[in-house]
Design a protein. Structure first.
Ligand code: FMN
Ligand code: SF4
Ligand code: SF4
Ligand code: FES
Ligand code: FES
Lengths: 599, 165
């Protein structure tokens, strides 16, 4: 067999696939065959490389040339130019802010170089379907070390020293949970992995499951060994079919290699895993609701205590952690607790994966030491705001969180700091919003989500959030009063105090937080009947500037409801009664004659 | 689809899943998923009765589960179920336009199915693909970086594929 001359990594993370990766790979491989290169060029599909907005991404080694936004049309060209003739296809390289070409952005851009990858160490590097590649990167060494070298007590001690906290939202010290479950009475114990990732704007768990499924298998096995469990369940949401597929495959391989199932690594320790699939209910991410769902019931939260560590799945002691939490375990066991806690700051140790989404240039996943400032995360790593727009605020913690306004950009991101600002680190989703976002609209948006997702068990959560939503709807339609604003606050505080689970206890946060920092926007909606961001449709109009309009008719032709009238080469006019504020005409006018106004 | 064939199918699906499970029983949700996949996007209501007998779960509990989870449907849905993401990251990157475009080109609203039985339009919360927002899923396939134009292309290509067959 001829020696492999090039290895080509193609990102097969969910985002790149949805941007067309499958057809890229097909064309690429067909073209290799056409030139009989398939034996000297190895094509590897990896998990998410992090820079999802550049996808589909393809990196060619040994040089490490990074091609972005590859599509079926130009994939063949990469083979014909780069592989055959050794000529870099400049058109597909990453371009810096001033248009300069970067052959290896992964070695230059802060987006890549500022990262410290622990939980995501294998993403974009290995083939998630290959257990051998996982093992080659120290995979299953931690399991071996736990079983043969250090034992359960030392595992706990290591976790304690690492100061790792749960990455699923609540930030509870991981070692303590493990310790509680270990000490809980009972012969039958369970391990659960929470892979129900539901926070809008968070996608790190998906990436880990799709890009490095073995790390979850290994970490859960270590957990089982430590707390004395025999069976484990991974609860994955049904919206992640690819994650389910790759995890299933990883579990089969692990069993084949004697790393899962009976007599693991030849010891008398046995542990096996099963996948249970969600069915589209956000509240199932709450640990006790999740347990109900695994038991085949409606996913409604239980009263705590008892906590799962003592009375969880089928009433037995159960250890439940989040995907990212587990992904940190193997490297911590191998390198030691102090190694992990050297990163981060007091109270928030180690690294955290953040998902950058919304109006930010580099959307995707980044893993950085905790304590990084918001500014650094959004500007240096995230590349700032696209389209010359101004940043307005950053929403963190999803529907349980709040926003970080401009004046707090220099806050180091820690559990405590964000709490002081009225939000939470949550699962690490960072939704960046530019000046075009209306904060009242954003608050309304989250409440729509909560109303939809409340399990309905508690009256304040079920009815209270609905009332809050009705008030916000009134406000965004220009019908709100100042009393409404007081009522919103009062309702919010009441719901938070009297709901059973975290969903209700935090649901009003996005409203209270935007009221705290963007009070003037609420006032503008109520007192001036104005939406400063020109987002709320009832409070805005689309108008044509007679002096700028040349009567080209472009707008009239795209308007889906025929709201625009005017003779050719005469100024056009929009009938506000008919116009739906869809914005289509704005996009086509080449003379900048159309704009939104409020009121 | 006769009552007998449903009984037979549901029984087989349940037994398969139950026998592969680490804990016997309590596999209702995975079973419902498999039944829905088998019938293509919906669960025949008769399946509930069969599951009652198989699992010993009261019918009311089975209905509770069926209605609690948004992904299950006892109504026949289109061959292609389109789930468009309605969460904030997709919203702030132009999601509303895409939603409007979908509704316009399919001429249906959320929860409805096109007259030819091809498409059902549903909303979903975040699909975890916010890096390429706005995003939708059509059955198990995800599509990112959506624009009005890309949405029409995708729908058109499915329609012409279906007409061609
Ligand atoms: C409404 C609600 C939704 C939640 N969704 C998730 C989720 O999708 N994933 C997750 O890991 N934790 C979620 N949590 C937190 C879990 O209840 C639990 O704290 C966490 O999974 C524990 O794991 P950790 O200690 O490793 O963070 C949610 C909590 C609430 C109240
Ligand atoms: S707070 Fe809301 S979601 Fe949580 S248990 Fe109560 S009703 Fe259900
Ligand atoms: S905003 Fe939309 S509906 Fe209104 S005039 Fe322009 S194209 Fe027509
Ligand atoms: S999925 Fe390819 S970079 Fe994220
Ligand atoms: S918000 Fe739409 S995929 Fe995350």
């Amino acid at each position: 067999m001829p020696a492999v001359e090039n290895t080509v990594l193609i990102c097969a993370g969910g985002a790149c696939i949805s941007a067309g990766e499958k057809s890229v790979k097909e064309v690429f491989e067909d073209t290799l065959k056409k030139y009989s290169l398939e034996t000297v060029v190895r094509v590897v599909e990896t998990g998410c490389m992090g820079a999802c907005d550049l996808g589909p991404i393809l990196v060619i080694y040994p040089e490490g040339v990074f091609y972005q936004k590859v599509n079926a049309e130009n994939a063949a060209q990469i083979v014909e130019e780069h592989i055959l003739k050794g000529r870099v296809v400049e058109r597909l390289l990453y371009k810096g802010d001033t248009g300069e070409l970067k052959t290896k952005p992964q070695e230059e851009l802060p987006f890549f170089t500022e990262q410290v990858k622990i939980a995501t160490r294998n993403l974009g590097v290995i083939d998630p379907l290959s257990i051998d590649e996982y093992i080659a990167r120290d995979g299953y060494f931690a399991l071996h070390k736990a079983l043969f070298e250090i034992g359960p007590e030392k595992v706990l001690e290591t976790l304690k020293k690492s100061e790792l906290k749960g990455r699923g939202g609540a930030g509870f010290p991981t070692w303590m949970k493990w310790d509680f479950t270990r000490k809980a009475q009972g012969d039958t114990k369970y391990i659960i992995c929470n892979a129900d990732e539901g926070d809008p704007g968070a996608f790190m768990d998906r990436a880990v499951l799709e890009g490095d499924p073995h790390t979850i298998v290994e970490a859960m096995t270590i957990a089982a060994y430590t707390v004395g469990a025999q069976k484990g369940f991974v609860y994955v949401r049904a919206e992640y079919p690819l994650a389910i597929e790759r995890l299933t495959f990883a579990m089969e391989k692990a069993r084949e290699y004697g790393l899962l199932g009976n007599n693991i690594l030849g010891t008398d320790f046995s542990f096996d895993l099963e996948i249970r699939i969600g069915a589209g209910a956000f509240v199932c991410g709450e640990e006790t609701a999740l347990i109900n769902s695994i038991e085949g019931k409606r996913g409604i939260p239980r009263v705590k205590p008892p906590f799962p560590a003592n009375k969880g799945l089928w009433g037995k002691p159960t250890l439940l952690n989040n995907v990212e939490t587990y992904a940190n375990i193997p490297p911590i066991i191998i390198n030691g607790g102090e190694w992990f806690s050297q990163y981060g700051v007091e109270g928030s140790k180690g690294t955290k994966v953040f998902a950058l989404a919304g109006n930010v240039k580099n959307t995707g996943l980044v893993e950085v030491p905790m304590g990084i400032t918001v500014r650094k995360l959004i500007y240096d790593i995230g590349g700032g705001i696209p389209g010359g727009k101004r940043l307005k605020s950053i929403q963190t913690g999803g529907p349980s969180g709040g926003c970080i306004p401009l004046e707090h950009l220099d806050t180091p991101i820690t559990y405590d700091n964000l709490k002081k600002l009225g939000t939470i680190v949550g699962s690490g989703g960072m939704v960046v919003m530019d000046e075009d976002s209306c904060m009242v609209d954003v608050a309304k948006y989250f409440l729509e989500f909560t109303v939809e997702e409340s399990c309905g068990q508690c009256t304040p959560c079920r009815d209270g959030t609905r009332r809050m939503l009705e008030i916000l709807e009134r406000i965004t339609e220009g019908e709100g009063t100042m009393e409404d604003l007081d009522l919103l606050k009062e309702l919010g505080e009441n719901i938070m105090a009297t709901s059973l689970c975290g969903l209700g206890q935090t649901a009003p946060q996005p409203v209270l937080s935007t009221m705290r920092y963007f009070w003037h926007e609420y006032e503008a909606h109520v007192l001036e009947k104005k939406c400063p961001a020109k987002r709320c449709k009832p409070l805005m109009r689309v108008v044509i500037d007679k002096d700028k309009c040349v009567g080209c008719t472009a707008c009239a032709r795209v308007c889906p409801v025929n709201a625009i009238s005017g003779a050719v080469r005469k100024p056009h006019e929009i009938d506000p009664e008919i116009c739906t504020r869809c914005g289509s005409c704005l996009a086509v006018c080449r003379f900048n004659a159309i704009s939104k106004v409020s009121p | 689809m006769s009552a007998d064939s449903i009984r037979e199918t549901v029984t087989k699906i349940y037994e398969d899943i139950n026998s592969q499970s680490l804990e016997k029983g309590d596999v209702l949700i995975n079973t419902l998923h498999a039944i829905q996949d088998h019938y293509g996007n919906f669960i025949p209501i008769e399946a509930a009765e069969v599951l009652k007998e198989l699992t010993g779960t009261p019918l009311s509990k089975i209905y509770e589960v069926l209605t609690f989870y948004t992904m299950f449907s006892t109504h026949r849905r289109g061959k292609y179920v389109i789930r468009i993401c309605k969460s904030l990251p997709c919203h702030v990157t132009g999601g509303q336009e895409v939603v409007d475009a979908l509704k316009n080109s399919l001429e249906i609203s959320f929860g409805e199915t096109t007259g030819d039985g091809l498409f059902t339009l549903e909303e979903t919360s975040c699909l975890g693909l916010c890096g390429v927002s706005p995003v939708m899923m059509i059955n198990d396939e995800a599509y990112g970086n959506l624009t009005k134009e890309r949405v029409s292309e995708i729908i058109d290509s499915i329609v012409s594929r279906e007409r061609g067959e």
